[in-house]
Design a protein around this ligand. Structure first.
Ligand code: PHE
Length: 455
């Protein structure tokens, strides 16, 4: 079977940036920046992106590009007699699980988009907005239907293939996302009292930066760049041999970071202008922002634009997660793209049911360590599978495939210059695996345990 490639550099860039830009940029980054000291946190985050995120992204891109295979096939090819392919299998499993609940949150976004479209986002009294959100996610049919819709849209794009599906829609949706973001940014910074929000976001306050904040910056750098899930590896496998991988990775990284900062400029000036609290956490976009839109002239319209923006960001991320699984199944089991995608969509929807019900009828049902189904899958992937996946990618590149080979592939066999070879090698061999291990042990509570033992 002929393997498809992306048709253009701009196409790969749109698809990879589309994956990277997601709920993590629009909701989480602005929020964690705010609580961790604004610009102080941003500086640490940029350091993590450059020293750890970018090298790992390069490694993933070239593992894929070298082999032109899915995550499992690629590792099998580069380390034929070793069980490294299990690391590839872990990333496919991680993508599958994450997609099963990422689609639920994207579904909430779609529900809010629908409400905004019929004028119901801003007609709710402010005191009821929190209860309203709780009622939505705690209900059964609407969230299930919305999850179904997200999976179906994602499946329809993925089934159409790399060029005529993923690339085509990424090239359409990403510019639209940028336009929406700029429009909302202008609206937000021109509100009276906007400057307080800008100060919250950009004024460095090093006293708010804690050890926890630094670990959070590193973890978020990984999540935001869509690393350790086989995504960049899989997209890399569709990249032309002559493409300059370094410039591609740098551009994806810049786009992801810029959009996260822009999202902060959309959210905080507006939140402060209306005297609301920035530290709502998960409720920020579903509870605080509807109140902001209610107070704003033409708020219903801007609210719709905002949820459309978030919806687009989410769909270009779900596409990339699904492609990891589709590439694996079509190539390892010789199945057609159509069959594989349909099969995956059905399995995803089934797995999303208990997660969906975790906010309603099944909220009291704990399955492991006192977690309900949704929280269990979330914690399992975020705290265990993702860091392990990141460590494996580094160790695989450093010790199984070899950084020399990776560098050769980064330069397209000598076609391009790569001035950062030493730094890249150091990052992949030591800096990245060690720092990811620190996050990993920290999230497992190992450090807490040690400090208790020595007290
Ligand atoms: N990078 C995405 C974000 O910032 C999150 C994501 C993770 C997307 C994993 C796809 C896969 O929101």
């Amino acid at each position: 079977m002929e393997r498809e490639n992306f048709g253009s550099k701009i196409g790969v860039l749109a698809a990879a940036a589309g994956s990277a830009i997601g709920l993590g940029n629009i909701w989480k980054f602005p929020y964690i920046t705010g609580v961790n000291g604004g610009a102080a946190f941003i500086l640490v985050y940029l350091g993590c992106i450059l020293l750890v995120g970018l090298p790992v992204m390069l490694a993933e891109f070239v593992i894929g590009r070298k082999t032109q295979k899915n995550a499992v096939g690629a590792m099998k090819e580069l380390a034929p007699d070793k069980p490294w392919y299990l690391a590839g299998a872990l990333s496919v499993a991680t993508s599958f699980i994450i997609l099963s609940f990422y689609a639920i949150i994207a579904g909430w976004v779609f529900s809010y988009m629908g409400r905004a479209a019929i004028g119901k986002l801003t007609s709710v009294p402010v005191e009821q907005m929190e209860a309203n959100f709780g009622a939505l996610i705690g209900s059964v049919y609407e969230p299930l239907f919305a999850t179904f819709l997200v999976i179906a849209i994602t499946g329809a794009i993925v089934i159409a293939g790399i060029k005529t599906g993923i690339e085509k829609y990424s090239k359409l949706l990403m510019p639209l996302l940028l336009v929406l973001l700029i429009a909302l940014m202008i609206r937000s910074v021109t509100l009276e009292g906007a400057s307080e929000g800008l100060a919250f976001l950009f004024k460095p306050d090093f006293s708010l930066l804690t050890r926890h904040g630094v670990l959070e910056a590193l973890g978020h750098a990984f999540y935001s760049l869509s690393l350790a899930m086989g995504i960049i590896l899989t997209y890399g496998s569709y990249v032309n041999k002559k493409e300059n991988i370094l410039s591609l990775a740098v551009q994806v990284t810049i786009a992801d970071t810029l959009i996260a900062l822009m999202a902060g400029v959309v959210i905080f000036p507006a939140v402060f202008a209306y005297g609301l609290k920035p530290g709502q956490g998960p409720g920020l976009i579903f509870i605080t922002l509807p109140a902001v839109f209610k107070a704003m002239p033409f708020g219903g319209f801007f609210g719709f634009l905002f949820f459309l923006l978030v919806g687009i960001a989410a769909i270009t991320s779900t596409i990339s997660l699904m492609e990891v699984i589709v590439a694996f199944i079509t190539e390892q089991f010789n199945m057609t793209r159509k069959k594989a995608t349909l099969f995956i969509c059905i399995a995803l929807f089934l797995l999303s049911i208990p997660s969906n019900l975790s906010f309603g009828p099944m909220s009291g049902v704990t399955i492991f360590f006192g977690f309900n189904f949704f929280d269990f899958l979330d914690k399992l992937t975020a705290n265990i599978f993702l860091p392990l996946g990141g460590i494996f990618i580094c160790l695989f590149t450093a010790w199984a495939w070899g950084t020399k080979n990776a560098v050769k592939e980064i330069t397209s066999d000598g076609l391009y210059e790569f001035k950062w070879e030493k730094l890249f090698t150091f990052a992949i061999k030591y800096l990245a695996p060690v720092s990811i291990s620190i996050i990993f042990f920290n999230s497992l509570g190992v450090f807490k345990l040690i400090s208790k033992l020595f007290k």
